[in-house]
Design a protein around this ligand. Structure first.
Ligand SMILES: C[S@@+](CC[C@H](N)C(=O)[O-])C[C@H]1O[C@@H](n2cnc3c(N)ncnc32)[C@H](O)[C@@H]1O
Length: 385
């Protein structure tokens, strides 16, 4: 058995990113095929518990302590480093070892393994803390919510499992304004979660489209750009293309924005008329997938009203295949449903969404196929120019 697994591991590690992903999916389904009903109960039923105990590990800085230690740590040492009581530490470590997030050497001494190192990353901690504090309560509320709504696909962003779970009438972006810890997890996760070297900038012909662009006009308007990482990347890659580079987001996000030379940070609510008219690129990444269908129309109509004949709306989103959607992408879709009454879309669904407001999808550039990440070039229809 060990030998067979080692052969599979070597093949998977040597494979391309896609090959590695396929190996993971195949191994998970192989493991599931060996389960009896009791195993299935505990795998799925204790999923919440795994997330909870990992969150305790993050809160106690446990994973960093293990990664930074040159030798295995005893419960006593871990208890001293974290301040957690000895017996509590024993139980937490036993659980974390049982789910493979740390290694145990048989003498109640613990060391870091591959998963521990993943869990010690800032990105992982922000992402997991976001899912645990903000998203998980809404997953818990989802089944009853759908039952109470006769299993209709949610379309009203003011009536979602998020509001039930967090006892609020606000949507999550407005709620974040009074929940700074949750906002910080979210912003950090958003800023770090995608590889900076695999972005729309590697696929889209920016220079060709922006040729002879006048310096006084908007060049790149990043709507819902969070704290400005993408504006900084744009400016770094294209420092010499004339025109304004502008970050727009809600007031509380812009207040925390980076100060990048050459980038204007502008608080702007995208449900209000777009103040920068006739810009070259209006760009939105992962903004529309957070909005209910009526809100998507309102945002698109505001951008359309500001667009001139040379303007291009760039919508950077997942574009789902018609079948065989991955676990990660389908999880994001369900998360969007429960948080915002919004959705992930196939290309046909995106095309229809743009057509409904009189815009035209010209071309899709898929820059990260494994994650379906695609920037869509959307323009005013030629007949209307
Ligand atoms: C999922 S995040 C994506 C952030 C960034 N574009 C990225 O890809 O990393 C969605 C962003 O939309 C912003 N947003 C939400 N409602 C908004 C509004 N009414 N006006 C402007 N921005 C808004 C949020 O503050 C958040 O930064």
């Amino acid at each position: 058995m060990e030998e067979a697994l080692e052969v599979v591991r070597k093949l998977a590690v040597a494979a391309s990113e896609d090959g590695r992903r396929k190996a993971r999916v195949a191994l998970h389904s192989m493991a599931a095929s060996l389960e009896n009903p009791n195993d299935t109960i505990h795998r799925l039923g204790h999923g919440h518990l795994q997330a909870a105990v990992v969150q305790i590990g993050i809160d106690l800085n446990l994973f960093q302590h293990l990664v930074e230690s040159a030798s295995p740590l005893t419960i006593q040492q871990l208890s001293e480093k974290t301040g957690a009581e000895f017996q509590l530490m024993t139980r937490v470590m036993r659980f974390l070892a049982s789910i493979g997030t740390v290694s145990e050497n048989g003498k109640a001494e613990y060391s870091a393994n591959h998963t521990t190192r993943n869990l010690a990353e800032k990105l992982t901690q922000a992402g997991l803390s976001h899912y645990f504090t903000t998203a998980a309560p809404q997953y818990q509320a989802l089944p009853k919510f759908l039952k109470d709504h006769d299993y209709k696909d949610p379309v009203d962003e003011k009536d979602t499992p998020f509001q039930v779970a967090h006892h609020t009438h606000l949507n999550s972006y407005a709620w974040f304004a009074s929940h700074p810890d949750e906002l910080a997890y979210f912003n950090t996760y958003m800023a770090l979660r995608r590889k900076p070297d695999v972005t729309w900038l590697s696929a889209y012909p920016v220079v060709e489209e922006a040729v002879n662009w006048p310096a006084e006009k908007g060049l790149y308007i990043n709507i819902g750009g969070s704290i400005g990482h993408q504006c900084a990347q744009f400016k770094e890659k294209y420092p010499d293309i004339p025109g304004r580079v502008v970050l727009q987001d809600l007031e509380h996000s812009v207040a925390a924005a980076l100060n990048t030379p050459g980038v204007e940070n502008m608080p702007h609510d995208m449900f209000e008329p777009q103040p920068i008219l006739g810009a070259k690129f209006y760009y939105m990444r992962a903004v529309l997938h957070n909005q209910s269908p009526p809100n998507v129309r309102r945002v698109l109509e505001n951008v359309k009203a500001a667009m001139g004949p040379d303007s291009i709306l760039l919508v950077d989103e997942l574009v789902l295949p018609e079948s065989g959607v991955s676990y990660i992408a389908s999880s994001i879709d369900m998360t969007m449903m429960s948080a915002f009454a919004s959705m992930e879309r196939t290309e046909a669904q995106w095309r229809k969404t743009f057509e409904e407001v009189g815009l035209e999808l010209r071309r899709s550039y898929t820059y990260y196929p494994q994650g379906y990440e695609t920037v869509m070039d959307v323009r005013l229809p030629q007949t209307k120019l």
